[in-house]
Design a protein around this ligand. Sequence first.
Ligand SMILES: Cc1ncc(C[n+]2csc(CCOP(=O)(O)OP(=O)(O)O)c2C)c(N)n1
Ligand SMILES: CC(=O)[C@@H](O)[C@H](O)COP(=O)(O)O
Ligand SMILES: [Mg+2]
Length: 632
Amino acid sequence: MGILNSISTPADLKALNDEDLDALAKEIRTFLVDKVAATGGHLGPNLGVVELTIGLHRVFDSPQDPIIFDTSHQSYVHKILTGRAKDFDSLRQKDGLSGYTCRAESEHDWTESSHASAALSYADGLSKAKQLDGDTTHSVVAVVGDGALTGGMCWEALNNIAAAKDRKVVVVVNDNGRSYSPTIGGFAENLAGLRMQPFYDRFMEKGKTSLKSMGWVGERTFEALHAFKEGVKSTVIPTEMFPELGMKYVGPVDGHNQKAVDNALKYAHDYDGPIIVHMVTEKGRGYAPAEQDLDELMHSTGVIDPLTGAPKSASKPGWTSVFSDELVKIGAQNENVVAITAAMAGPTGLSKFEANFPNRFFDVGIAEQHAVTSAAGLALGGKHPVVAIYSTFLNRAFDQLLMDVGMLNQPVTLVLDRSGVTGSDGASHNGVWDMALTSIVPGVQVAAPRDEDSLRELLNEAISIDDGPTVVRFPKGDLPTPIVAIDTLEDGVDVLAYEDATEDDAPSVLIVAVGERATVALEVASRIKQHGVNVTVVDPRWIVPIPQSLVALSDDHDLVITIEDGVIHGGVGSLLSDALNASEVDTPRRQIAVPQKYLDHASRSEVFADYGLDADGIETTVVGWLDSLFGE
Ligand SMILES: Cc1ncc(C[n+]2csc(CCOP(=O)(O)OP(=O)(O)O)c2C)c(N)n1
Ligand SMILES: CC(=O)[C@@H](O)[C@H](O)COP(=O)(O)O
Ligand SMILES: [Mg+2]
């Protein structure tokens, strides 16, 4: 690690010679494998941007030239080169290094949301601010993946960036042909065409003389052409791409040839206007287990053996695998059921459905807004679409749910994996907003399963509903121990427990447990009955609209507590309180929910402990309420 240890700021990169640069890239790859194998993280994406990121920090002067990473899961090399190599043992851990760019960590980090396709919009705005401040020398650089480029915001931004010929915005397309799986769609095919276009043919048409007349770029291209004929794909072609946008295009550049990378970025740095640099890279490059992971090229790994890439701990069947299995069963029985993913078939459990029903499976790219409204279109055509996306990414498609699906009462089922606190991916990945958001949609029905059986039941129930949108939400991770209801009320609410205090005429507490929170609710009930209260625990199963039996039950109790894994504002607790108000039921109500804030990264259990959302914390809070309400 001789060279890497000598790099503490990007300035240290500028003096390195070719040999040292080559050695540095090798050392960074070794470092990435060693560190990420131990912590888990986005190994594949970062192995693919080593030379690209070195080039960025050699050519541009961060942070005066802001560098914005789209999604920023591929910003580990950027962090290494900006003085944070020493922190990688704490990657994605509580109080440790974030897995995404983080302004609190460094002046070199500008953004923090891990939601894709936003970097170009940030860059457009930042460059406008610079222009207003009279800064016409610095560039704003946005690194965007081919996957993220399938997101609509990118094209909204490009439309604006391309129009401002006097703003130095450098769009670096990190084209590895992959989201998780191969990137799909017309644009992706276009990029692939460019990626595969043998530069050689094109130049031969143009004639070498014309190239030589093109000055520096022509000379470099001519040299590269000869290099390419020996199989090295590194060339710089200033051609028009995106003709409808009129943006200058440089590339395709071999994103692992440091000289070609530096040349292309230098050209972009010196170019007085908006420019696209198309870098062709390989996700997982240089680490055989990643290169051999043909499904996802180790897009995201848990803790692995660095030598073999094998997971250190076997994954247990989780919520996603149950959904995956049940949807295939439903698809076999109902040919109108179709499935949609936004570039995440594997992580959302749709791969089995795709394998079984390829014609009824649609991957729309990282395009959640399009996914939801195209689902409305499929529903208008008589299908029952199941849109499987992570809860946090539904935020992107709220208007589409509200106006394109809900207003037309279309039978679209949204299956929201990673609902609730996910933890290690930080604030923008917690799926804590979906209950507050979806419950706004008139006519929507939202279900929250507590275990495997209820997930299977509720998924079937949701897909059988054909007069409006339905939502099924479940958390990340392993399945809880099954919880069997001891009773079921007329509107489907499951009674999970009656815990009786020993004291006569003890106050009665109703706990409404939302989804997976049923497990902790039962634990809390068994504890608080020791404090002289009778406790009933129920699981609504369908949480929107609020089941009417909860209103009657609340009226029969001295205190009603909702426990949910979602933000407190607009969650089930709020909805139940609204329903009680509407029925003039004045039973005291309290909410155990995620606070209305952006939560720093930590494990799910650490976040729960920090915010009093684990059994101990909930018990403490509830006992406080009991004392203040019923204390002697
Ligand atoms: C709006 C949104 N949808 C989905 C994701 C999940 N996600 C994270 S990275 C990724 C693939 C990104 O592909 P690309 O932009 O090509 O970057 P690469 O990993 O190839 O470097 C996806 C789908 C996300 N972060 N944001
Ligand atoms: C960067 C991104 O959005 C995802 O790759 C994210 O890391 C989700 O990870 P899990 O699939 O482990 O929840
Ligand atoms: Mg990609």
